[in-house]
Design a protein around this ligand. Sequence first.
Ligand SMILES: Cc1ncc(COP(=O)(O)O)c(C=O)c1O
Ligand SMILES: [Zn+2]
Length: 416
Amino acid sequence: MPRHVVALQCTVCGRAAEPTPAALTCPSCGESGILDVVYDYDRVRRDLTRASLAACPDYSMWRYLPLLPCEPSTPRPNLRVGWTPLYRADGYARALGLRNVYVKDDGQNPTGSLKDRASAVGVVKAREAGAATVACSSTGNAGSSLAGNATAAGLRSVIFVPERAPQGKLAQLLLFGATVVMVKGDYEAAFRLSAEAIAKWDWYNRNAGLNPYLVEGKKTVALEIAEQLGWAVPDWVAVSVGDGCTVAGVGKGFADVHIAGLTDRVPRILGVQAAGCAPLYRAFQASVERFTYEPGNTLADSIAVNVPRNPLKALRAVRASGGDMVTVTDDEILAAMRTLGKTTGVLAEPAAAAAFAGLAKAAATGLIRPEEVAVGIVTGNGLKDVRSSLVAAGEPIHIEPDLSELERALDGALER
Ligand SMILES: Cc1ncc(COP(=O)(O)O)c(C=O)c1O
Ligand SMILES: [Zn+2]
């Protein structure tokens, strides 16, 4: 067991479970008993300080090792995951009527999404468990990040995706050498088949909702935001929500640095779902922890999660932060892709842009006040789904190779 980890604790019954590398859900509660990693925070406070971080030469997610459930000696995937840029985005803030907005570009991770943070931890735990093959179901990003991180660590991967996974993500999966199983049906269908196959062939299970260690990788995005802001906690952090693991990770990261004494409060979390598939949003609004299956109908494929696998951690993270949840339409997502692109130079895939559409909505309704500091997380790069990016982008100027024709065509175009 890594030195800083005390136990795994069930989010349903509260019982402790042994933090073995292959641990999944609570032995008493079954699949719904998602486990949470509990740390020895006295130890964390000793080993992770502002000074130790300022002196740390490792500019990757692994700079936060005392808050990660991994043995320091386990070999890690040979890819640079984390320490992605946090940009101050004044032009974007103006477009929203806000004054202080930052963009955390996690599309700059090695396979282009925040999921690399989870997959890197998953691969380390797979090695600690002695596994040779790792597997998961995925709307695309979790799978491509697992495939990339697995191959960089010398492991095989088997990835189950729904048939509508975008081609960019599929290309990544195949080129990273994964065995790719494209399942007829939606994400839920891919999840179910992956669960049966993992049980049958005893592969290491990187299904994000079930595996307790992956949220810990995802939380490093929050640790970085806090450190990059000089430990000044923002008022709001907006993040897109599918299974709920990412928002849970963001919540845990900010809670952890607070408990570790590095910050003096936590930000409010704005969880954003697509209007076409919003089971967690509905559970949040109804103040319940139950949710119902929803067919997915949104171009934000990565967050079209019909049955969220991590509802408790997600809902509790948003509630504990004093935050809120909103939904956004596909048109609002496309508009957010355009506004973000043309004011910052950062490209977000639809599922990532949902967070920014949510920021725009929260700014418009006054939920976020103009003077408050808000951070939006770009959870996936727009080049992963070029088809949707082009829907948002519109048309270029089509023209013969003729300067006078260009002059006419440009009339007014440069001011746009
Ligand atoms: C780009 C992007 N944003 C957000 C999410 C949501 O993450 P989660 O499913 O952990 O809620 C995903 C998940 O696939 C994603 O790929
Ligand atoms: Zn339990």
